[in-house]
Design a protein around this ligand. Sequence first.
Ligand code: NAD
Length: 502
Amino acid sequence: MTGLLDKHLSLWFGRAERFGSLIGGEAVAGSGAEIALVDPATAQPLFAYADCAGEGATAAVDVAEAGFAAWQALTASARGRVLWRMAELVRQRAESLAVLEAVIAGKPIRDCRAEVVKVAEMFGYYAGWADKLHGETIPVPTSHLNYTRREALGVVAQITPWNAPIFTAGWQLAPALAAGNAVVLKPSELTPVTSVCLGLLLHEAGVPHGTVNVLAGYGHTAGGALVGDRRVAKTVFVGSPATGRAIAETSARNLRPCVLELGGKSANIVFSDADLTRAAKGAQAACFAAAGQSCTAGSRLLVQRPVAERLMAMVARGAARLQVGAPLEDSTEVGPIQNARQHARIAELVQAGLNAGAEALTGGGRPAGLDAGHFYAPTVLGGVRPDMPVAREEVFGPVLSCLVFDEEDEAIALANATSFDLAGAVWTGDVARAHRVAAKVRAGSFWINGYRTLSVMSPFGGMQGSGYGRSSGHEGLLEYTQTKSVWVETDDSAPQPFGYAD
Ligand code: NAD
């Protein structure tokens, strides 16, 4: 373990070896198999912890039921104040959270710092919503007063991936708690630490014991047991389509709803009339930020023929200049891939593309001088055909597939020709075309002359193969509620349909 990691783990857990799940406000060591964490930047072991296993999930739901009652016993305003304190605590501990995230997830420290700031914003934003969630009165045509209540669901499960652990945890914890629910969060077994830290901070902010529980464990053990528990009212899942399908099946068997935030293969469309300098920079940010390990990555660049060669060359030259390096270096723009399995998958998809006739305009393997760790060079592939796996499947790495089109309709058809519908963008100087394309591309988020900007205030989610349900904004909050309709008879002499009083 690196000295720096040891120091920061000790700050949060007393001794680094005490890292485990947070259940009922207590640190609980797992009883299952050992899970070894590896440094993405060096491929050396970091530290190991024990899987909390299915028993951990069951124990967490047990205490979450009591945690739900305790959280509900507070007024909505009091819950909001707890979340507001949480936003302050995240800001106070921001640097330590960012360092832990950088080392374990392998993300550049500057990205981690920015994500931690966003997490504070999420708690602040939803703190404001906590006492503004109310129903309606409906002018029904009878003598009743009819009103609706927006009620919490109860105990909700959240399952998150390894690519943006603290961001995703804050993204889901904040609205769930603002709506009055108790939570059992299971982050990826590869990156559980900062999610447990958020759980600890929430307790410091005043969340009752049992209201927030964080499981350090595998998906097939802890995650499966959690989603299958009939006491869980809803599961919000962020991750791959394959796991999402399994979670939807389990939820359906229990007649429970779920939200699925899945993968993407987003198209970044550039017309000849676009500002090519901005589009070239935008294409790099779209695909290479977070080393491409981002669900919204603009991993397909669709370029109109007259400017195709020029733009692809600009993007490739820019990509070759990106600073690839160690996560803790301030200058690093692109860090390593989080794990060896994902690194191998990226290499395999690129090689298959090259074998099928694509050409690496830059990258296509390890960056020079970075022989240890899971580094992969920002890669721009020309000559890609839509039927190649690298053009259809989610690479989840720094690999940009360039495709050329002639007409607007062709660009839209290409953009819509994958099984994912998460995000996309168009670059053009023609305002009418920009809105036409935005309306016709299937995507939950779409940018015009930009890419990547997201806000906790605006809804986010997929269409079709990229999932269903929404996170962020008011819509994300409503996902964590259910509506009750209450009927109050206001006329004591109102006729009853039938019935006898003796
Ligand atoms: P994954 O599906 O392998 O794992 C995600 C989570 O599910 C992990 O916590 C894992 O332990 C858990 N899990 C695995 N099997 C399970 C099971 N049987 N039951 C319950 N839980 C189980 O995904 P990943 O490789 O960690 O993440 C990468 C994927 O996440 C990519 O496809 C990416 O696009 C997607 N993602 C989507 C969004 C979004 O908002 N749409 C955001 C980030 C990442």
